[in-house]
Design a binder for this molecule. Structure first.
Ligand code: KIV
Length: 274
């Protein structure tokens, strides 16, 4: 079993520390969390970045897409995570409908996430089309992480969750958008489901860290959804996903065992009673 080796010391991770990690070639580990108890464990394990992703819409609320999630729900998840975390940098997704096409709304939404949840920065999906929102949020001193490639908030535009930027035109647009986000002042970039060669090219060209999910090993770090990598959701099996546990089976077994013990009156026994 391999053991986590948290980078150098236990001081709080900052966006500057991530830049330094990229310069030194130290890979960045990022994972989602949405609640206090899970975030406490993830932070204790030495995670560099915790993403309060809008994947909460899928794995916490059971929605088919990330679109229904509200800003209030995001603030609820983010504040629970922030209360648990001592070391990791905590980045929070701006939910769908709170920044696209309206930079004033983007700033107001990001300010609420920073003020009410105590987040350390926000993530926004898209390139040139959200430039005004990105610039306005950055102008308030709020760190912004970009997100390109497969951007689930635009799923109805794409039509599928298949690999993005396989064609030259889309790959060029992605490279242009990535450079634009860096020039605007984003501190990092998530790229989702793109060819490994493009991920490597991007990480080589940009000064800011590029974190991949289904973007191969040539990027500066990796991010996964915690429910997926712990095997809680056993129906989701994309090629990029490595499962580090089978918690679906573990939980199912424990639940069945408990039911059996209650029905047979084995639980509670004398030592478990007052
Ligand atoms: O919402 C999320 O969990 C994400 C990751 C997949 C990067 O954006």
């Amino acid at each position: 079993m391999s053991v986590a080796t948290p980078s150098s010391d236990y001081k709080r991770i900052t966006t500057h520390r991530l830049q330094e990690m990229k310069r030194k070639g130290e890979k960045i580990a990022m994972l989602t969390a949405y609640d206090f108890s899970m975030a406490r464990i993830v932070d204790e394990g030495g995670m560099d970045v915790i993403l309060v992703g809008d994947s909460a819409s899928n794995v916490m609320a059971g929605n088919e897409t990330t679109l229904p999630l509200t800003l209030e729900q995001m603030i609820y998840h983010a504040s629970s995570v922030i209360r648990a975390v001592r070391r990791a940098l905590v980045i929070v997704d701006l939910p769908f409908g709170y920044y696209q096409g309206n930079s004033k709304l983007a700033l107001d939404s990001a300010v609420r996430i920073m003020k009410e949840a105590g987040a350390h920065g926000v993530k926004m999906e898209g390139g040139s089309e959200i430039k005004d929102s990105v610039v306005r949020v950055l102008s308030a001193g709020i760190p912004v992480m970009g997100h390109l490639g497969l951007t689930p908030q635009s799923i109805y535009k794409f039509g599928t969750y298949s690999v993005r930027a396989k064609e030259e035109a889309e790959a060029n647009k992605l490279l242009e958008d990535a450079h634009l986000l860096q020039e605007c002042g984003c501190f990092g970039l998530v790229v989702e489901k793109i060819p490994a060669a493009l991920g490597q090219q991007l990480a080589g060209q940009l000064q800011i860290p590029v974190i991949g999910i289904g973007a191969g090993g040539g990027v500066d770090g990796q991010v996964l959804v915690i429910h997926d990598m712990l095997g809680i959701n056993n129906e989701f099996k994309p090629r990029f996903l490595r499962k580090y546990a089978d918690l679906h089976s573990v939980i199912l077994q424990a639940v069945s065992h408990y039911i059996g013990d209650v029905k047979s009156q084995d639980f509670p026994n004398q030592s478990e009673s007052y």
